[in-house]
Write a protein that binds this ligand. Structure first.
Ligand SMILES: [Zn+2]
Length: 566
């Protein structure tokens, strides 16, 4: 065991070409070195384990190499290269700002900057996690960063570029490192496995890469761990076992159950997950990630967003074709909701089971509801697998506004206003209650003349020729505009019977008036006439004669419809 080196160290890249997953960036660096165009300070940014420090070390070695290759790589044979590879070159100084963030450590470094190299051409200062430097340390460093001696090159590295102040950013050449894709990691792990004589299934390496979450260094450590526990035979089962990961196959089974609306089956699969010792919150998160992968695998345009090895990608793409985007979206929303509520839920298992049931129910959206997963179809009716095109069509018609329900026939309610009891048309109240829907269409507010109002009033009467009392009441009491209001009218009636009658007719009447005059603001208060000399003392004949005299169009209306007093 003396010679056992962990893979992360043994396979640390020693040339730019051996850095995994940063091809574009390393070739830019190589070109800069080959053409001799070196900056004084570089900023390497990217998440942990993507090769920032490795690249910085290779860079330092390459610019000091006595016989660099034509394409800008170090020879790895000269005295300088050997010193670098053995880790005892004096031309590379590394400082971890996370643990040395004070001004004293920085002053020490600045002092070293002044010392010229005894061997080689450049001294390279690598400051890792540079965003951790204190303000005082930053200030002590700034002057040196602005005007470093010719033999000095700074390489600043950070996982949090947004924390770097502009003064530093503007003085550095910036290199953004990619997160390493699963495919790149799998390729690298395959190479390591072959070198070490370890048997490894591709899909097992993909699991290791997934677990490493973009960090090559972690992937290599995990690789060592799985190799040890599986006695150098890395199968998918062994990897799943030792990494405590949920298999895609389980989620594919779960998906089938969702698409069949088989709630019971989803609960059984969930029980299997629990009995294998997995945390329910982890299960929700993994299922959400699986749904997200399905979503991107569904369309060729987003397939590049899928980070998976080839066989896994093919499985996901096939599974995604069985789903509508609407279903996947609703499932993602439900899982997100469960994730947010998980911590505070008193019954965690219940929360997960309910979520699984909701996902089953959301395979086909209800036509009544625009909300994702809002409306559930009956749980006891197993659904056939979704037909993509059909469901998409239903989803498309969802936003249509519902037709306004017919106003109920109201019992007139009376309230005293002004001279006597009045009655506000119930249709007004009814339409107020419908406001949320009504806002879908714009409210009409056309101006109209008194004449147009009377005409609309008359056509309503004409539409009810058999309802003599109504026609007579309306004829006798054409509403007057309420003072100070544009669209509010007051109708004065002679007795309780008329008050009652108008109350019942008001919804239909208002609908008619608002429709003909294209104005939804019209309201009519009905009042009982109580004052002296009131119209209640008029006979029908008097009313009739009065209207003929005061409303010009009335005579014509009488003639046109051949009306007579009953
Ligand atoms: Zn060399």
């Amino acid at each position: 065991m003396d010679h056992y080196l962990v893979s992360a160290r043994k396979y640390r890249p020693s040339t730019f070409d051996s850095v995994v997953g940063q091809r574009a960036l390393t070739s830019t660096l190589k070109n800069a070195i080959a053409s001799g165009r070196l900056a004084h300070s570089y900023l390497f940014t990217g998440s942990r384990g993507v090769g920032k420090t490795s690249c910085a070390r290779i860079f330092a070695k390459t610019i000091n190499c006595e016989h660099p290759t034509a394409d800008g790589e170090a020879c790895n044979e000269c005295a300088s290269c050997r010193a670098f590879n053995a880790g005892n070159s004096l031309n590379i100084i590394e400082m971890d700002a996370a643990s040395n963030n004070g001004v004293d450590a920085m002053r020490e470094l600045v002092d070293q900057v002044m010392v010229a190299p005894t061997q080689g051409r450049y001294r390279v200062f690598i400051i890792d996690e540079v965003h951790m430097l204190s303000n005082a340390a930053f200030n002590a460093f700034l002057k040196t960063l602005e005007e470093p001696p010719a033999h000095v090159i700074f390489i600043l590295a950070t996982t949090e570029k947004h924390k770097i102040i502009p003064t530093i950013l503007s003085r550095c050449q910036i290199y953004d490192f990619n997160t390493i894709s699963i495919r790149d990691m799998v390729d690298h792990l395959k190479m390591v496995a072959a070198n070490e004589g370890i048997a490894a299934e591709d899909s097992a390496l993909a699991l290791i890469a997934r677990k490493a979450d973009g960090a090559m260094r972690d992937a290599l450590s995990i690789f060592d761990q799985v190799a040890a526990s599986s006695r150098n035979n890395i199968t998918r089962a062994a990897a799943l076992e030792s990494l405590n990961m949920l298999d895609h196959a389980l989620f594919l089974r779960l998906l089938d159950a969702f698409l069949k609306g088989d709630v019971a089956q989803t609960w059984l699969i969930y029980k299997e997950v629990r009995s294998r010792g997995f945390d329910s919150h982890f299960f929700i998160a993994e299922l959400a990630a699986f749904m997200r992968d399905l979503m991107v695998a569904r369309e060729p345009a987003t397939a590049s967003l899928l980070d998976a090895d080839a066989s896994e990608a093919a499985q996901l793409t096939e599974a995604a074709q069985k789903c509508t985007p609407g279903f996947i979206y609703r499932a993602m929303c439900l899982l997100n909701e469960a994730d947010l509520n998980y911590r505070t839920a008193s019954g965690k298992q219940f929360l997960v089971e309910l979520t699984l049931a909701k996902i089953c129910q959301s395979v086909r959206p209800s036509t009544n509801s625009g909300r994702a997963g809002g409306q559930l179809k009956p749980i006891d009716r197993p659904a056939a697998p979704a037909e993509p095109a059909k469901v998409a069509k239903i989803a498309n018609v969802e936003p249509m506004p519902m037709p306004a329900p017919k106003a109920p026939t109201p019992a007139p309610t009376l309230r005293p206003v002004g001279r006597g009891p009045t009655l506000r048309g119930r249709a007004q109240a009814a339409s107020d209650e419908r406001k949320p829907e009504a806002t879908l269409t714009t409210q009409r507010s056309n101006p109209f003349t008194r004449e147009a109002f009377v005409k609309a009033w008359e056509t309503f009467m004409a539409a009810h020729p058999r309802e003599q009392i109504l026609v007579n009441t309306m004829r006798a009491s054409v509403p007057q505009a309420a003072e100070g209001k544009d669209h509010a009218f007051v109708m004065t009636v002679a007795n309780d019977m008329q008050l009652d009658l108008m109350g019942r007719q008001m919804p239909a009447l208002l609908t008619h008036l608002r429709g003909s005059l294209e104005n939804d603001l019209i309201t009519i208060d009905v009042e009982l006439e109580t004052g002296p000399g009131s119209s209640s003392t008029w006979t029908e004949r008097e009313v009739y004669e009065n209207m003929r005299a005061t409303i010009p169009s009335f005579s014509k209306f009488i003639a046109d419809f051949e009306l007579t007093l009953g």
